[in-house]
Design a protein around this ligand. Structure first.
Ligand code: SF4
Length: 606
């Protein structure tokens, strides 16, 4: 079949103060009509830069320095910008993780879709409006007439994402590039969007370039897969072959780093070290410093793409000797988690916790009602145990966590921590107990003082809570902690903005651990991290729990993380816990229809 899009030897560089970064290095693949081709890899691997190069939408510092992008015989890299503008949106469309960046906030949703059609087609305004309404319905937006007139801020994240997809499809593009289109969405909405995209491929024969870091989504959606590492493609394969037996050691590690029930008794595989700087010219294998199968030749000779099996190519010297064995499949059994501390005493006892936020209207801001964000939540958490609080956005998980720590005043109910009722304490009485109850957020940037170096950030809490005998002991402890969370000691002298998102999260975890807590409320701490970094953080949290008997209230929407880390799980829906129990029982035989719906929506790799 003739490809819809052919990328050949694409090279893109970024001019940065550190030098020229080879962000996309000799990348090539084909995209066939009706096919979903997944581009997989971790942050900085070059996936998004590849997509932006195809669209010629690079940031100012970016330049395409070689290669071809062929759209059904049309050389996109040779087109004048005016001609490229008409290709963009008409023949190739792109959707992003964050729909707000693609939607104009001052135009109604419908108007934006109509404008695309007016620009690229001969349709009259009336015809364009009719088609826009059809599109809104086809992407599953209920009450399309009303939504047509609404502005982006009036739509939820899921509806905005659908509106963006409707806009991208307005002119029947031959190719759709979707860059992490569901990463910011709840799993049930994600499942609907993925189903919608799959239907569009089937019905319209559109080709989809799907950029994702989620192997579960690859398993559900992709026909073929390419894995990127450090700017180059290291493996290309049909989905089934890739899922059964990934051929590149990096691909194998990505699978091994995924949390799953069968790995509960042990540690997740981690990929040691960092991605090498892309400012250098590589003469050896880029993965050599992190590869546990590396041998001498890997450090002096860059591997070529080799056919490990028919249709499955990997950039690895080892494939000269034949294909790698299939990866171990899930055993389906849940091994029990061993905790050094065993079943500890009840550390936290929550009874009928309520947090209601007033709804205020009118000039005088009169209270006209209440949002029952947390509506009668009760549970217990023992020392050394992990309770996962799962549910979708707005279900009340985070509010519950904050109310337990008294960061939000509960409306009613009891929070007993280490036999002390917290709800009746004053702020001054709470302060000395803060070291025992820490919180880690999804985005640590907001909670790290940008004007303080890492050493000062970590010392601050320890000093105020009297941890460590003197500065030398505190600094030694901090250096050890940094090593444990996977950061080099030289990080101590740097500021938060000098780190990646994953590294900042490690700093936040080190800060929480520095004050020797008994309870940590972990609010989606790994959801913004790459899978290999997530594995390190999960291993670390597990090891600390086993050694120190810390209890975790783990707020997450990631069921695989729950399966791996939690002893118990409580499912929240609209401010209430609808199901609570042992993790094996709840995930293995869910009793509540909402739990069943939630679990069914999770894309899995097996
Ligand atoms: Fe590992 Fe060597 Fe293969 Fe590179 S070429 S992935 S270092 S075994």
């Amino acid at each position: 079949m003739k490809p819809a899009l052919r990328i050949h030897a694409l090279n893109t560089v970024l001019d940065t103060p550190r030098g020229m970064v080879r962000a996309v290095d000799d990348v090539g693949f084909e995209l066939r009509p009706g096919e979903c081709f997944a581009l997989v890899g971790e942050s900085g691997s070059g996936k998004s830069m590849t997509a932006l190069s195809i669209m010629r939408l690079l940031p100012e510092a970016g330049r395409i320095v070689g290669g071809e992008v062929d759209l059904d015989g049309l050389d996109l890299l040779g087109l004048p910008e005016a001609a490229m503008r008409s290709v963009r949106g008409r023949r190739i469309a792109m959707i992003f993780q964050e729909p707000s960046t693609a939607l104009n906030p001052v135009l109604s949703v419908g108007r934006q879709i109509v404008e695309v059609m007016e620009r690229h087609t001969e349709l009259s305004r009336e015809e364009a409006k009719r088609k826009a309404l059809e599109l809104l319905r086809s992407v599953g937006i209920p009450d399309a007439e009303r939504r047509f007139e609404q502005y982006p801020f009036e739509l939820s994240g899921g509806l905005k994402q659908r509106a963006m997809i409707a806009g991208a499809l307005a002119v029947d593009p031959e190719v759709l590039i979707a860059d992490e289109p569901t990463t910011a969405l709840d799993v049930t909405i994600q499942a609907q969007i993925l189903e919608l995209l799959a239907r569009l491929l089937r019905e319209r024969g559109m080709a989809l370039l799907l950029i994702t870091h989620d192997l579960g989504i690859v398993a559900r959606m992709a026909h073929r897969v390419a894995v990127m590492y450090a700017g180059e493609i290291v493996e290309i394969a049909e989905r089934e072959a890739f899922m059964r037996a990934p051929q590149h050691p990096y691909s194998q590690k990505l699978f091994a780093a995924l949390p799953s029930p069968r790995r509960r008794a042990g540690e997740l595989a981690v990929i040691q070290g960092q991605v090498p700087p892309l400012t250098q010219e590589f003469r050896a294998c880029r993965f050599a410093e992190r590869c546990d199968q590396a041998f001498d030749r890997c450090r002096i000779e860059a591997p070529a793409m080799l056919e490990a099996r028919p249709g499955q190519l990997a950039r690895c010297h080892l494939r000269e000797a034949g294909p790698a064995a299939p990866r171990a499949q899930s055993l389906g059994s849940h091994e029990s988690i061993k905790t050094a501390s065993g079943e500890g005493n009840v550390l936290l006892r929550i009874r009928d916790l309520q947090v209601h936020f007033p709804i205020r209207r009118g000039l005088l801001k009169r209270t006209v009602g209440y949002v029952r964000a947390v509506d009668g939540v009760s549970f217990e958490l023992r020392a050394g145990r992990t309770l996962a609080l799962v549910g979708e956005s707005g279900s009340g998980k985070t509010t519950t966590g904050k109310a337990i720590l008294q960061l939000i005043a509960p409306t009613a109910g009891s929070v007993r921590f280490a036999d002390t009722e917290l709800t009746t304490l004053s702020r001054a009485e709470i302060r000395p107990r803060r070291s025992a109850m820490q919180i880690i957020f999804q985005d640590p940037y907001g909670s790290l003082n940008p004007r303080m170096r890492v050493l000062e950030i970590l010392l601050e809490g320890m000093r105020s809570l009297g941890i460590g005998r003197d500065e030398a002991e505190r600094t030694a402890r901090i250096t050890r902690l940094l090593g444990e969370v996977g950061l080099p000691a030289e990080a101590l002298g740097r500021y938060p903005h000098e780190f990646s998102g994953g590294q900042r999260q490690r700093i936040a975890i080190a800060r929480a651990l520095a004050v020797e807590p008994k309870l940590i409320v972990c609010d989606e701490p790994t959801s913004a991290l790459d899978v290999s970094v997530q594995a390190q953080i999960l291993n670390l949290l597990r090891a600390l729990q086993q050694r120190l008997g810390i209890a975790y209230l783990f707020i997450t929407h990631n069921i695989a993380v729950v399966e791996y880390l939690a002893h118990e799980v409580a499912v929240m829906y609209q401010g209430k816990i609808v199901e609570h129990g042992d993790v094996d029982r709840v995930l293995g035989a869910p009793a509540h229809p909402y739990t069943r719906e939630l679990l069914a929506a999770v894309p899995t790799i097996d």
